[in-house]
Design a protein around this ligand. Sequence first.
Ligand code: ARG
Length: 571
Amino acid sequence: MATHHTPLHHAAAEAVAAHAGIAATDLKVEAPPRAELGDLAVGCFAIAKARKQNPAEVAGAIAAAFQPTRLLASATAAGPFVNFRADRTATYRWLIDSALRGRLVPGELGTGKTICIDYGSPNISKHLAYHHVRGTTVGHALAQTFRALGYRVVGINFLGDWGTTHGMLLAAWARWGPVEPVDVSALNALYVRFRAAAAGDPALEQEGRAWFKRLEDGDPEARALWQRFRDVSWAEFQSVYEILGITYDEVRGEAAYEPDMPRILETLAGHGLLTESQGAQVVELPGEKTPILLRTRDGTTLYATRDVAAAEYRWANYHFTRSLYVVDRGQALHFRQLFKLLGRMGHEWAGRCEHVPYGLVKIDNQKSATRLGNVVLMRDVFTIAETMVREVIAENNPEMPPDQVAEVARQVGIGAIVFANLAPQRDKDIDFDIEHAVSLEGDSGPYLQYSHARCASIARKAGGRVTDLDGIDLGKLAHDAEWAIARRLLEFPESVVRSSESCEPHVICHYLLQLAAEFSRWYTLGNGDAALRVLCDDAATRRARLALVSAVQATLRDGLGMLGIAAPDQM
Ligand code: ARG
C-alpha cells in the first residue's frame, strides 16, 4: 500500500483510481524521469493486467477523461504512464506555505506510535572514542527524523556498566589505586594495566572475578566505587552528547537489569528453553549454529541475558511500534539470536525489534591520517574540524565578531563530522576523509550549511525572510529553474518518510544535496542575467522569488535538523 505524502501525489493517485475503480492507496505516484514528461507519473500496469487490457490504452483513456483539479492542470499518456502536470501557481502556494510553516513533512504520520531507539550505549570507564561517532550520530538522526514525523521517540542509552570487566577494574583499583583525579583516562589506564598484568598471571583473572562477585552481591565498597566510576563516565559522555545536541529520554544501563536475572532464567527454564552446555546455561535456536549463552559456568549472567530483560522492560513501559538497536554490524549475530529468543519466549512483539547495523569508520587515506595523528577521542575530532573551518569562516565574513566566528566554526565543524558519518549508506564502511568532510564545496555538511546561510543572506539583503504569502503573486515564478526547485521540494516528504522507514539517514543527506544543487543552479543563472536574479528590479517578482528562497531555506534547516546538524544564518 502506498501512502501519498503531498496533496499533489494524492490528487494524481485519486485521478487514476477514480477512473480505474481501485483504491488510490494501491497506486504508486512517481516523479517522471524527465521534466518534459510532466511532474507526477502513475503507471497503469496493475490496472491493465486486472482488466486484461493494454497498459498504454488504459493510460490513454485515463488521461483523456482527466478533469483538472485545484493542483493538477493536465494529464497526458506516455506509454503505460499517465503523466500529470501541476498547476504551478497553486502548487507553489501549497509548497512554499507548507515549507515556511515547517509542515512539508507529514508531522502527524507517527501520531500514537512509539519508537524506541537504543543508540550510543557505550561501555563505562572508557573514553568515547572516535569509532563511537557513527552509531551515535546515526541514532540521533533517526530520533530527530521520527520526531519530525510526529512519532513519540524514546532515545535510550543502554550503558555498558555491568560485567566482569568492571570487576577487573575494581581489582585494579584495589591493587594500584586510589588514583586522583578519577577520570575515564585514569580508569582506562588502570584497566589496561590490569589486563597486561593478567596476561602473565592467571591469579589476577581470579581477582577480577572475585571483585565482580562482590559487586553482584551488593558489597557496599564495591558498589560505591562502581557508582563513582559510572558517574565519572556519564559526566564525560554527557559532555560529548551536549556537543552533538543529544539528550536521552532513558539512561538505563545493563546494571539496572541485574535484579531481573533470576526471573529471566526461571522463565526460560519454565518454557523448557534452557539447556546446559559445559556447565553454562544456553538456549538452542532454530537455524543458528551456536546457541545463545545466558549464564556462564560460574553463575554470572551475560550481555544477552540483560538484553532480554531490557527488551521486556521497553515493551512493558513503552509499547513500542518499533524497537531499534543502532549498533555496529559486528553484533548482528547477537541481535539475531536475541530476537529469535524473544520470539521463542512467546513475545509477539519480538518482530518489532530491529537491529539497525552500521559499518565501520576507517581512516585509511594518508591526508586524514596525518591530520588526525593518533587522535582517538571523539571530542578531539570535533575540535580539529572546528579549527579547520574557523579560518575560512573568518575570511568569508570579515565583519563577523570573533565570538560569532567561534560559534559558527563550532557548528560547522560538528556539522562536517556528523554529515560525513551519515552521508554514506548506513551499512557501508567509511574511509573518513576530514579534508572532504570540512570542505565547503563538496558533498559535505558545510556545503549544505553554506547553502542555507546563502538563502538567509539573500533574505537579509532584501530586508527579511518571507514568513507568509499574503499579497505575494506566485504567478511571477515563471522560470523552469524555479520550477525545478519546486519539483525537488515536492520530494522532501517522501524522502523523509523513506529515511525513517528504512532507518537510512543518508536518504535525507542525498535529498538535501540535490535540493542545494538545484537552488545553486537557479541562483547562478542570475549571475549572467540580471532579469533572473532573485533580487531583481521588479518588486512583485522579487517578493515571489524571495518566498521561494525562504522555502528552500526552511527546508534545508528542517532537513539538517533531522540529521542533528545546526543551520547558522551566516557563515
Ligand atoms: N555497550 C555495547 C557496546 O559498547 C553496545 C550496547 C548496544 N545495545 C544493546 N541493547 N545491546 O558494544
